[in-house]
Design a protein around this ligand. Structure first.
Ligand code: SF4
Ligand code: SF4
Length: 119
């Protein structure tokens, strides 16, 4: 049986932060990989995921229903901040921000046990 992945029925972090990153991560730049059409320019050197720079905030790449069942439609090509968000126990320690964000939509705290991640 597959291990439980708490991100798949959460996704709240994808509706909480402005997902901004170096413009060159867009696939319209040499070596870029994030679908540029899903981003908007912030500054000459920064872009962000569409939907993450407005309220209500929700990254345009997020599929599904937050708190029920979600998925990242560009998971393999997600930008750096998504890859670097310290997901719960990924490095052997809890991420208190997960529980804080989850509590905001009525989800229970995560168990303090190692578990796989993807969101
Ligand atoms: S990283 Fe944390 S806040 Fe984000 S989807 Fe996973 S459990 Fe939820
Ligand atoms: S790119 Fe994917 S992982 Fe990153 S905020 Fe958007 S939906 Fe979430």
């Amino acid at each position: 049986m597959d291990a439980y992945n708490p991100c798949l029925d959460c996704g709240i972090c994808c509706t909480h932060f402005r997902i901004s990153f170096y413009w060159g991560e867009g696939d319209d730049a040499p070596g870029g990989f994030v679908p540029a059409g899903m981003t908007e320019q912030l500054t000459p050197h920064l872009r962000c995921m569409k939907g993450s720079n407005e309220l209500p905030r929700r990254c345009s790449a997020l599929g599904g229903e937050v708190g029920k069942q979600v998925f990242c439609t560009i998971y393999e090509n997600r930008p750096t901040p998504c890859r670097e968000f310290p997901t719960h126990f990924e490095d052997g320690t809890p991420n208190p921000k997960c529980d804080e964000l989850r509590a905001g939509i009525g989800l229970p705290p995560l168990p303090h046990l190692p578990m796989p991640h993807a969101a």
